[in-house]
Structure formats: structure tokens, C-alpha cells
Design a protein around this ligand. Structure first.
Ligand code: GAL
Length: 333
């Protein structure tokens, strides 16, 4: 056989293997926490410290776009089934203008998007650190778009009611009121502020939730109660998670302990919370989402998705090597 024919056949073979690997991955309807997760184009999903919004009959996953270290804005992916994610592009790009607060070189972390029914706008909040200033600015950035996938336009940055704000999350309650939950005062305190009706600013309704050094807040509502998962403060290194519970968003919040169970549970399976996703169309079903950071190559940080269990008034998040949404059908919550 001629040399170039052999080469061609080998390349064809490699392509068939690759394509079938992706096809198999697409077909495979399961979550594999900490494993590589590719999008429908076969690229690694690059959406860290993320959050998920359900809109127009699809889930949209927003997260930090990372290079090895550098912050490259916010990516967005869409999915109908939560397993297969289509890359929709960069929802918020750093600004080329060096005068902008989100100029290239700034840090955009933990983006979260919510939809405002009154203004028909998608509103993104994120932790913003200014270029060359480390983590000193401790601000939130706000960006808006008419379309869920963006492009989002940066509109404002501030410290809510003058308070430092680093790791954060957003929560929309059943009545449409939205809240910003944030690590404040050099991460020594967790705070909450109610947003204005247009979701663009923090109101004066702003309160200390608890005095405890916590980060990575991930909040959800289950049977009229609020639950807040958070991590300790050890940078990219994993640590022990905890969950607080409250009947009222403004407190009092009660510490319920560490919900993680299984190997490596005391370090959140090597991860750090970022979001708790309520399943659409399935009552009382939630997925806990965490980042397994790789500080040497942030882009290659992995994702941990696990079902949330409620057992005798306690929240339990148990390690599983592989699972799928049928778990919610089989389990009586
Ligand atoms: C973590 C925080 C991350 C990132 C990191 C930087 O504690 O949760 O979002 O800010 O520190 O070291």
C-alpha cells in the first residue's frame, strides 16, 4: 500500500474514533462528576463559577471563561436535557477600552443571570475586580441584554450599600423579588441585599446573614424554607462545605453542618459550591453544582454535579461516580 494511502487511512481511522467518542458522549445521558465534560462541538466546557437560568424552554449555563489563569469574560451554553450543552458564545466580553472597568485584565467571577419580567431584560451580576488591583476592589458588576445569550452590556459596578462584595449569588423568590447574597467584609461575613425592581441595583434592605468566614454561596428554596450552601475561604483549594437554613431570607439563619457524604466529603469532593439548580417540571428536585478548581490551568477546572437529598430535615449531598436524572424518579424525597 502506498505511504500516503496508509496515512489517509490512519487519519480516517482517528477521525472515526474521535467522532464516535463525541457521539457516544452525546448519547450518554449521565453526569460524571469531576470528569472531562465536552460541549456538543467536542470542546471542553469553559464556564466556571457558573449559574444556570431556564428561559425559552432551555437551560442556559453562564460561567467564567478562563484561559490558563486569565479571565476572558462570561460564556453561555444551552441545553434541553442538562447533559448535552451547545456553546452559544461569549455573553459578556472584557472591554478593549482601557478606561472601562471591565477592560481586558480585570477579573469577572461567579456570573449569575436572572430575567426581569417587568423590563423584559436579562440581568447579569458578577464579582468584579479591577485590572492590576488583585482582589482589592471587591465590587459587583451588572450587565444587561435583551437576548438571553447576549451580548450583555456592562452598565454599572458598585459595592452594595458600601459593603465589600466578592463571591456572590442571585436568588429570585416566588414573588419576583430578587436578592444578592455576598461574601463581605474581607469574606468575614455573609450578607444579603434586596435588588431594586429592575434588578439593576441594591436597595437599602441589606442585612448581615451570619458572621462566619464563608465564600461560594449557593442558595435554594425547598418547601418554603431557604438553604444556603457555602465553602470556607482557602482560595482555589477545597475545604469543608456547610449549609445554613432559614424560614426568612433575612434570617435568622441556622447552621446545619456539612451536607457532603462519601469519599473526600470533608473537602467537598475537591470542589467548591457555585449554584443549586432547581429542576424545571419536577417538584423538590435540585442539583448541587461545584467547581473543582485547577489553579495551574483554570480553564481545565472540572465540574461536580450531584443530586440534593433531604433526609429527616437534613440536607445530604452524596458522592456518585455517575448518575442521571432518573435518580429523581426512583428517589422519594
Ligand atoms: C476562591 C473564590 C473564587 C476565586 C478564588 C481566587 O475562594 O471562591 O471564586 O475568587 O478564591 O483565589
Amino acid at each position: 500500500m502506498r505511504k500516503h494511502t496508509l496515512c489517509f487511512l490512519m487519519m480516517l481511522g482517528a477521525m472515526v474514533t474521535l467522532t464516535s467518542a463525541y457521539a457516544q458522549q452525546k448519547m450518554e445521558k449521565s453526569f460524571k462528576p469531576s470528569e472531562l465534560w465536552h460541549d456538543t462541538d467536542g470542546q471542553l466546557i469553559n464556564a466556571h463559577g457558573g449559574g444556570i437560568l431556564y428561559a425559552n424552554k432551555k437551560y442556559y449555563w453562564f460561567g467564567e471563561k478562563r484561559g490558563k489563569q486569565v479571565s476572558q469574560g462570561v460564556t453561555v451554553y444551552s441545553s434541553k436535557d442538562l447533559y448535552a450543552w451547545k456553546y452559544e458564545g461569549v455573553a459578556l466580553s472584557p472591554d478593549k477600552n482601557s478606561e472601562s472597568e471591565i477592560t481586558e485584565g480585570c477579573l469577572i467571577e461567579r456570573p449569575k443571570v436572572i430575567y426581569n419580567k417587568k423590563t423584559s431584560k436579562y440581568v447579569m451580576w458578577f464579582h468584579l475586580e479591577l485590572k492590576g488591583k488583585g482582589y482589592a476592589a471587591a465590587k459587583v458588576g451588572v450587565a444587561v441584554s435583551d437576548k438571553v445569550t447576549g451580548p450583555y452590556k456592562f452598565v454599572d459596578s458598585f459595592r452594595p450599600n458600601g459593603n465589600m462584595s466578592r463571591d456572590m449569588n442571585l436568588f429570585v423568590d416566588d414573588d419576583g423579588s430578587a436578592y444578592h447574597i455576598y461574601s463581605s467584609d474581607e469574606n468575614m461575613n455573609m450578607r444579603i441585599s434586596k435588588l431594586t425592581n429592575d434588578y439593576l441595583k441594591a436597595t437599602k434592605e441589606d442585612k448581615l446573614l451570619f458572621r462566619r468566614q464563608r465564600e461560594a454561596p449557593a442558595i435554594f428554596k425547598y418547601q418554603k424554607r431557604y438553604y444556603l450552601v457555602s465553602s470556607g475561604c482557602t482560595g482555589w483549594a477545597p475545604n469543608e462545605a456547610s449549609v445554613h437554613m432559614a424560614d426568612n431570607l433575612f434570617g435568622p439563619w441556622k447552621l446545619m453542618g456539612d451536607p457532603m457524604k462519601g469519599p473526600n466529603a470533608k473537602s467537598t469532593f475537591g470542589g467548591q459550591s457555585t449554584y443549586v439548580l432547581p429542576l424545571v417540571g419536577k417538584k423538590d428536585a435540585f442539583i448541587f453544582i461545584a467547581d473543582k478548581w485547577n489553579p495551574k490551568d483554570l480553564m481545565d477546572s472540572r465540574y461536580i454535579w450531584l443530586p440534593v437529598q433531604f433526609i429527616e430535615g437534613q440536607v445530604k449531598i452524596e458522592w456518585m461516580d455517575q448518575w442521571n436524572l432518573d435518580w429523581f424518579k426512583k428517589t422519594i424525597l
